[in-house]
Design a protein around this ligand. Structure first.
Ligand code: NAP
Length: 266
């Protein structure tokens, strides 16, 4: 780690240890050789499958879960170096505590996968009001901003920082207005506009952080609790684009929107 990074670490480590004890120096050396990734909402669905695939690469995976027990159960089902991090993306206190815990335990973060998301209760577009939007934006829009901002100091200490925003084809104006796409048949204000906002946030972060790789992905219609398991893709297929952008090379794309087949129209 460069000297400037160490100085930054000293500034942000809180006086009182939070949640976990600092790693021993020997462990710190090992961790500098390992890619450390945090996946939010990783206790089930695409997040859990992403955590499993990244752990399979030999990475240290921080499995974010707003419920500790559900997180532990998910981690127990994954082989490899997996640690549960209690993290509710709608809570400043929770996200800040998680960032402090990761600072103390690992001192840096290489990859952040902003996966936690909700679809929210369906309301017809003409009946939808601001409160309906706010409820979904709290998780899908404000959540990734809250988590990214809190973990920026840790990401800045990585040699190859990567942020993956788990968006959706439903957030694409191009896809949702293409009559050949099933997404064009689903009409709602909340979820689609939340993911469209996330797409714009992705490209703005990419411009603001040129030394990072910040990309949005559309997993594709995947069988999870989010859609009552009506999705037609497997979890393996649904995580292909997430893993591709989590492992993107330092000179790879940034500010892109991709699915497992390639670029997605904005
Ligand atoms: N499945 C698809 O077809 C599809 C398609 C395009 C995009 N996506 C996106 O993919 C991402 C993952 O969705 P999924 O299909 O895997 O859904 P899922 O099975 O319902 O999983 C969603 C995950 O997000 C977590 N979560 C929700 N609110 C949270 C909060 N406030 N703080 C922390 N975690 C929270 C959930 O935790 P709890 O268990 O505690 O609720 C769960 O772990 C979402 O962003 C979704 O929009 C999915």
């Amino acid at each position: 780690m460069p000297a400037a990074g160490r100085a930054g670490l000293a500034q942000t480590v809180p006086a009182t240890p939070v949640l976990v004890t600092p790693a021993a120096p020997r462990d710190r050396r090992r961790m500098q050789e390992t890619t450390i990734a945090l996946v939010t909402g990783a206790n089930k669905g695409l997040g859990a499958a992403t955590a499993r695939r990244l752990a399979g690469l030999g990475w240290s995976v921080l499995l974010g879960s707003r419920d500790a027990a559900r997180g532990k159960a998910a981690a127990a089902a994954i082989d490899g170096d997996v640690e549960v991090v209690a993290l509710d993306v709608t809570s400043d206190a929770s996200v800040d505590a998680a960032a402090r815990a990761v600072t103390e335990r690992h001192g840096r973060l290489d990859v952040l996968v902003n996966n936690a998301g909700i679809i929210g209760p369906y309301t017809g577009p003409l009946e939808t009001g601001p409160a309906d939007l706010l409820a979904v934006y709290a998780t899908n829009v404000f959540g990734p901003v809250r988590v990214t901002r809190a973990f920026l100091p840790l990401l800045r200490r990585s040699a190859a920082p990567r942020v993956v925003m788990v968006s959706s084809g439903m957030g694409s104006v191009g896809v949702t207005t293409d009559p050949r796409r099933y997404e064009s048949t689903l009409v709602a204000l909340t979820y689609p506009s939340s993911k469209a906002a996330l797409n714009m946030i992705t490209t703005q972060y990419a411009k603001a952080l040129p030394e990072f790789r910040v990309n949005a992905v559309d997993p594709g219609f995947t069988a999870t609790d989010l859609n009552g398991h009506r999705g037609t893709q497997t979890l393996e297929e649904g995580t292909d684009a997430i893993v591709a952008m989590a492992t993107v090379a330092p000179d790879g794309p940034t500010g892109a929107f991709v699915d497992r087949a390639g670029p997605v129209p904005w």
